[in-house]
Design a protein around this ligand. Structure first.
Ligand code: NAD
Length: 306
């Protein structure tokens, strides 16, 4: 759910996000295609207006008769999926009290943690995070849990959030150093982890990065396809977002559609690390960008699935 400048912007965004879901599911080894919906709203509604819109949306999804399964993302949460579920069964991520598997964010964080270890293995030939510095942009539902995991593994943290309360909670809990939302992308660190919004890696920001690798949760981190090559030219190892942030869909589809138990979900989250390693290896071998290597690997899996 998002306020867009124009309807065309919303269409462009949903097409890109849907494409990324196809790649994400294929790389995560989930037996699904990909899709995404955006609710392009004039303002973020609450109360009855929000409820009514979500009910109409649920009825629309129901009309697709299971060809598309919806779930929460930006500006929507479990309570919203509970409302959508009053009109359709084709919805994941309801609250646990309403029979769902709850928030996918903690498992997205676990997947990103495995991706960070994989990029460190690639860059430093060592995935021990003790003393490694990680800069997290956005410490919301995913970023805050990721900070705890990294701290537990001995990493040094730098964090930024446009919401100062969120940043200071993480600082108090983990001993992270907080910097401004503007400065975080320029912070010298081993790994930068974008966990806020998309489009943060562009010609300007990439020129100023002071990290060795990027691995984060945000969808569509690259502003344009050319930014993958910009990262490569700077020698910065990029774990493609749709490989690193698959933990959420693994959680939702695993628990709610495929009937997996905790051990199976945990194994598939850990496999994100192996997938990122494979993508980085393929990119090196082919002399291509990691984004291209990941897209090719995903496309091969989609073909094999057909
Ligand atoms: P969230 O809204 O809980 O957290 C995002 C945080 O980023 C917020 O605290 C917000 O204040 C902060 N933020 C926004 N703009 C910022 C900026 N310019 N600089 C610094 N901080 C900024 O969202 P989330 O669930 O933690 O998801 C984070 C990202 O990961 C989103 O892009 C989301 O689409 C993506 N993602 C999430 C999941 C999931 O399971 N939640 C799965 C896959 C991808």
């Amino acid at each position: 759910m998002k306020v867009y400048a124009s309807f065309d912007d919303a269409v462009a965004d949903v097409v890109r996000l849907a494409g990324a879901m196809t790649l994400k599911n294929a790389l995560a080894g989930l037996p699904f295609g990909g899709g995404k919906a955006v609710l392009a709203v004039p303002r973020l509604a609450d109360g009855e207006a929000r409820r009514g819109m979500l009910e109409r949306y649920g009825a629309f999804v129901e009309g697709l008769r299971g060809a598309y399964v919806t779930a929460c993302d930006m500006n929507t949460a479990e309570a919203d999926m509970d409302v959508v579920a009053t009109r359709t069964e084709h919805v994941l991520g309801r609250s646990t009290t309403a029979g769902g598997s709850g928030s996918s964010a903690p498992d997205t964080a676990v997947g990103v943690f495995h991706a960070i270890r994989a990029v460190c293995r690639h860059v430093f030939a060592d995935d021990d995070l003790t003393g490694r510095s990680v800069a997290i942009q956005g410490v919301g539902a995913v970023g805050a849990v990721l900070a705890d995991l990294l701290r537990g593994a001995g990493a040094t943290l730098i964090v930024a959030d446009v919401d100062p309360t969120r940043a200071s909670e993480v600082v108090d809990r983990t001993g992270a150093r907080a910097v401004t939302a503007d400065a975080i992308l320029r912070e010298p660190c081993d790994v930068l982890s974008p966990c806020a919004t998309g489009g943060v890696l562009n010609a300007d920001t990439i020129a100023a990065l002071a990290c060795r690798a990027v691995a984060g949760a945000a969808n569509n981190q690259l502003a344009t396809d050319a930014d993958a090559e910009r990262l490569r030219a700077r020698g910065i190892v990029y774990a493609p977002d749709f490989a690193a942030n698959a933990g959420g869909v693994i959680h939702l589809a695993g628990y709610e559609t495929l009937g997996w138990d905790d051990a199976r979900v945990a194994a598939r989250l850990a496999a994100i690390g192996a997938t990122v390693t494979e993508v980085l290896r393929l990119a090196d071998a082919d002399g291509t960008t990691t984004a291209e290597a990941a897209a090719r690997l995903a496309a091969d899996r989609v073909s094999a699935g057909r």
